[in-house]
Design a protein around this ligand. Structure first.
Ligand code: SF4
Ligand code: SF4
Length: 218
């Protein structure tokens, strides 16, 4: 789930905040986008911290590498939140290169139950900058996943455990998208795992709306 494709090179690199991607014009146009980019920056920072702590304390090395994408083909369930779906629609209609769009459209059109993630193109995540939290957090130590292996079931001890404080902070940042704005309500929402109740399955999502939007954007 880790390899970026050429689209990543089109991104403006963050200047001030090391972890945050920046799309200034789009962030003015779409008020939900800064919430997601802020949240992803926190998630990514938490992932880096969890990896480095595990490598240090357990004397293991991260197996995930660029070009390694077995996890994108084997995972049956990839949770995705409504805010993340907004981002996927935006990215696919406004940020993909024409050639990525040409490749992705038939993938989405023929996508069916049990297929691998439709956004995996040529062993590369076509939506890498805005890939879901679940993909960002799935990291494995030791050896790379074998074909067909889901290490969550075969060797869970090698799967990175996210640091909950970062996850909670990232979800807190997302809450205004769901109309939760005051501090007390936010605290309650985190305590009650509100964001998790919003999760959908990426593999079960109907992509017909996205296909139409992508075609309209050509
Ligand atoms: S090692 Fe496994 S989890 Fe990591 S990128 Fe490769 S296939 Fe994905
Ligand atoms: S969105 Fe799909 S292709 Fe991208 S990292 Fe997640 S599972 Fe892999």
């Amino acid at each position: 789930m880790k390899k970026a494709n050429k689209n990543t090179a089109r991104l403006r690199q963050p200047q001030q905040k090391q972890w945050r991607l920046s799309f200034p014009e789009d962030e003015i146009k779409y008020q939900w986008l800064p919430l997601l980019l802020d949240a992803y920056a926190i998630i990514d920072k938490g992932v880096a911290s969890a990896i480095s702590k595990a490598e240090e304390s357990r004397k293991v090395k991260l197996a995930c590498r660029e070009g390694c994408s077995e996890c994108c083909t084997t995972h049956a369930d990839i949770p995705v939140y409504p805010l993340e779906l907004f981002a996927i629609y935006w990215y696919c209609t406004e940020k993909l290169t024409p050639s990525a769009t040409d490749t992705l459209l038939p993938r989405l059109s023929s996508f069916g139950k049990g297929d691998q993630c439709p956004f995996l193109l040529n062993k590369s995540c076509s939506i890498h900058p805005i890939r879901p939290v679940a993909c960002r957090q799935f990291n494995v130590f030791g050896s790379p996943c074998a074909p067909g292996e889901d290490p969550y079931y075969t060797r869970r001890h090698d799967v990175m455990v996210p640091i909950q404080g970062y996850v909670n902070q990232a979800f807190l940042v997302m809450l205004p998208f769901y109309g939760i704005n005051d501090d007390l309500a936010k605290k309650e929402a985190i305590k009650n795992n509100f964001i998790h109740t919003q999760a959908r399955s990426l593999k079960e999502h109907k992509w017909s709306g996205l296909i139409k939007a992508m075609k309209d954007s050509l």
